[in-house]
Design a protein around this ligand. Structure first.
Ligand code: ATP
Ligand code: MG
Length: 287
């Protein structure tokens, strides 16, 4: 169990994290929030890339001191912006990362082979990283995060730039890997964590606006989600009064998904809320 208590971090006058606390057990956790909400700051503090102003970390009840090397060996990290050595081949890069992580080269070889095949990079393993597409680099960074079977895996926007097939693959892979690990995914894409997250943490301007189970997050919007079938020319009038969160049409009629504290038009039907609805409720007004 990883316990984070009262993290605070400011960059000058900008408060990036305010009194952040949470408990993370085994499983997948979604760290949600719009641009600038503090997701990467949290991950950078946990990986000791940046210092925190205050706060403590406990692993299984033991206090982790700043720059604790032992703790860092337990962490796998995929940063949001990948800095790789372009002259390295894919396989050299992974061997290099294994050395940096202190994992024995021989022990790691079968794991690298397995992951390269799994992420469909085996055929290009001798190619220089400079020749890789954005999605290939992204997959390579994901592989290195899982090298050496880390107990805590922090993934900062892991599916950015991936095509839909790879996005689904990565999501399934993360879910498979979560047994015996704590995996935190920072994202703004709800579908990345839907159905695989055990917990969700929502940040807004450095503050936690929700922390709990996905079902609990959806419940925030209980009694506030409505479907209404009308004409497309009603859109502007509805938009004036209510928050429209989705619009779809079947040629004749237009279907509106509306977020409103009380029943919007008389014929509107209440809907079971999703975490996407809750996200719109938490973040729909201002970023
Ligand atoms: N090195 C820095 N110097 C000054 N301010 C910073 C620095 N890094 C982050 N910030 C500020 O801290 C806040 C949180 O930024 P952070 O990168 O953690 O957000 P994020 O949730 O990861 O955003 P995104 O979704 O865009 O990646 C923002 O207001 C940002 O401008
Ligand atoms: Mg970020």
């Amino acid at each position: 169990m990883l316990e984070i208590n009262n993290f605070n971090k400011s960059y000058g006058k900008i408060i990036a994290l305010r009194d952040f606390s949470c408990k993370l057990g085994e499983g997948v956790y979604g760290l949600l929030g719009p641009n600038g909400s503090g997701k990467s700051t949290l991950m950078n503090i946990l990986t000791d890339n940046i210092g925190r102003d205050s706060g403590t970390i406990l692993l299984d009840g033991q206090l982790i001191e700043k720059s604790d090397k032992q703790f860092r060996t337990l962490i796998g990290y995929m940063p949001q912006y990948c800095e790789m050595i372009p002259e390295f081949s894919c396989i050299d890069f992974l061997n290099y990362m294994a050395v940096l992580k202190g994992v024995d080269n021989k022990t790691i070889s079968p794991q690298i082979d397995y992951l390269l095949k799994k992420f469909e990079l085996n055929d290009v393993k001798y190619r220089k990283i400079s020749s890789f597409s954005g999605g290939m680099k992204q997959r390579l960074m994901l592989i290195q995060a899982f090298l050496g079977e880390p107990k805590i895996v922090l993934l900062d926007e892991p599916t950015a730039g991936l095509d839909p097939k790879q996005r689904v693959f990565v999501k399934n892979f993360i879910s498979e890997q979560s047994l015996g690990k704590t995996i935190v995914i920072a994202t703004h894409i709800i579908s990345d964590i839907e159905h695989i997250a055990h917990g969700v943490i929502c940040l807004k301007k450095g503050e936690t606006v929700f922390c709990g189970a996905p079902s609990g997050m959806a419940e925030i919007a209980q009694g506030m989600v409505w479907s209404y079938c009308g004409n497309s020319d009603e859109l502007n009038a509805l938009k004036e009064i209510f928050r429209i969160i989705a619009i779809s049409g079947d040629g004749e009629k237009t279907h509106f998904r509306i977020l409103a504290p009380s029943k919007p038009p008389e014929s509107a039907i209440e809907q079971k809320p999703t975490i996407e609805d809750a996200y719109m409720l938490l973040y729909g007004d201002a970023q």
